[in-house]
Every structure is written in C-alpha cells, then in structure tokens.
Design a protein around this ligand. Structure first.
Ligand SMILES: NC(=O)c1ccc[n+]([C@@H]2O[C@H](COP(=O)([O-])OP(=O)(O)OC[C@H]3O[C@@H](n4cnc5c(N)ncnc54)[C@H](O)[C@@H]3O)[C@@H](O)[C@H]2O)c1
Length: 252
C-alpha cells in the first residue's frame, strides 16, 4: 500500500514494486490512484483506512505522500502517522509485515520544540495553531521541516514497541535529499535557488538532484521480506548531504 503513488518517489516505488510482481494499492489526492483520499484531513485519513480494509490483508504500508500541496503539518506528519497507525492492524496476517515513512533532510533543521511536541502528543489543532501564529517557527525549512522532524522522532519512539517490532513489523524512515520530482520544482526551476540550496546541502555522491528511482530502491528493500533485521532507522538517501552537514556528530 503506497501513498503518494501518482507522482515522484511514490510513483517510482509503485512502479518498482509492480515490476517485482507485487500487487500495489496506490493512494493519492489525484484521480487515477486506486484510492483517492486527502490525507491532510481527518475524513480523508478515515476514508483511506476504510478503503484499504476492503482489499483485505496487506504486507507493507509505505507512507510516501507529502510536500506542500496541502497543509504542511497536516500532510507530512499527521497524514503519515494516520496512514501508519490506521493500516497497521491490516499487516497482522502478513508473514513479513513492513512499514516505511518518507521524511526529508529538511528534518535536520532546527525546530520549535513546542510544535514538534504537540505533534508527538497527537494534538493536531495545537500544533497547527502554533505554526499559524508564528510561521517562522520552523526556521528555513518551515512547517515542512518541523513535520518531518516530528515524523523521525515518532518512528524512533514507537518502532521498538510491542505494536511494531513486537508484532514482527519493521518500521523505518527514508529521508531523501533533493530529488528530481514536482515537489522539488520550486528549487530546481530557479537557478539562484538551486545553487543556494546545493551550496547549503551538497550531494557529493550521485549528484544534485537525485533520481526518484534511487530512493524507491531503498524503500523497496526496507519493505521487503529480505529485511530481517533493520528497524527504527532514519536512513538518509541524499547523496551524502546529511554526512556532509553533521559529519561524526552522533558519535562524539
Ligand atoms: N523531491 C524531493 O526533493 C524530496 C526531498 C525530501 C523529501 N521528499 C518527500 O518525498 C515524498 C514524495 O515526494 P515527491 O518528491 O515524490 O513529490 P511529488 O509531488 O512528486 O509526489 C507527492 C505525491 O503525494 C501526493 N499528495 C500530496 N499531498 C497529499 C495529500 N494531502 N493526500 C494524498 N496525497 C497527497 C501528491 O498528489 C503527489 O502525487 C514526500 O513525503 C516529500 O516530502 C521529497
């Protein structure tokens, strides 16, 4: 089950899975997806879960949908969490249940802890109100970076609990750098923005921008039955951007 299936990384992931003979249920805002739902709203999230339930058991939940088309916190945090939590029970009968959420290198930006904490508390009205009152609270990465940071933290908090690892479900995050998709068009189409983003967050391996297929390969591996031992990880698929920025910080 792949959200954001109609474009970019989600579309590349769905295509790769189908090429490997998986049956893919796609969900997107856009018509053309198997399931059309707006994950930025409580109704859309409920509709996703109800519609997937009609298909029966599933083996993997891939929460890829995101970006800035709809509310930043609502889509990139609350929509992703509702996807993962809402569909987790449908993984119960799978011999190799897996889940992956897509974050971003923007999650590395300094964030307003009040907003991140409101997200982690599941308090969507408060988180959204804080951001509306102070749109600069997320710094350069804005509400998008805040949402992705909260997503990373949520996965780190729950991946090893009874509901996930205890139930045999691997839950990981893939955090891409700048990838050539419509979501990154505002960066890539303007030479000045492109150059300044690349200067701040270089991608010395693979290039700037990366390709959606390269990220899809990692999502597919993490969500496959051959992933026997990796869970709770935030894995940056970013051409070395995070390593350039943070170097050996985690280990000092
Ligand atoms: N492209 C990049 O440079 C980049 C970098 C870091 C992270 N990401 C993340 O990768 C993921 C995929 O983005 P992409 O680059 O493929 O962008 P994209 O715009 O090509 O695809 C995103 C898809 O998600 C869908 N979507 C957006 N809001 C939705 C909603 N409310 N409900 C249902 N579907 C919705 C869109 O319709 C679209 O089909 C996102 O989570 C994004 O934040 C992208």
């Amino acid at each position: 089950m792949v959200t954001g299936s109609e474009s970019g990384i989600g579309a590349a992931t769905a295509a790769l899975l189908r090429a490997r003979d998986a049956t893919v249920i796609g969900c997107d805002l856009d018509a053309g997806a198997d399931i059309q739902a707006d994950l930025s709203t409580p109704d859309g999230r409920r509709s996703l879960v109800a519609q997937v339930r009609e298909y029966g058991a599933i083996d993997a939940v891939l929460a890829v949908a995101g970006g800035g088309r709809t509310g930043l916190l609502e889509t990139n945090y609350f929509g992703a969490i509702a996807t993962l939590q809402g569909l987790r029970p449908l993984l119960a009968n799978s011999p190799a249940p897996r889940a992956v959420a897509v974050s971003s290198t923007s999650s590395l930006s300094p964030a307003d802890d009040r907003i991140v904490q409101a997200c982690l508390d599941g308090d969507e009205p408060t988180a959204v109100a804080y951001l509306a009152a102070d749109p600069s609270a997320g710094g350069e990465a804005g509400g998008y970076g805040l949402a992705k940071r909260a997503l990373n933290r949520w996965v780190r908090q729950v991946a090893t609990t009874a509901e996930w690892a205890g139930a045999g479900i691997a839950l990981n995050v893939v955090a891409p750098g700048v990838v050539d998709t419509p979501a990154a068009a505002y960066i890539l189409a303007d030479e000045n923005i492109r150059n300044s983003v690349e200067a701040v967050a270089p991608q010395p391996f693979g290039g700037f921008p990366g390709r959606p297929e390269w990220v899809a390969e990692l999502i597919c591996w993490l969500s496959g039955a051959h992933n026997h031992f990796v869970t709770g990880q935030i894995i940056f698929a970013d051409g070395g951007s995070e390593a350039t920025l943070l170097r050996d910080m985690h280990w000092t």
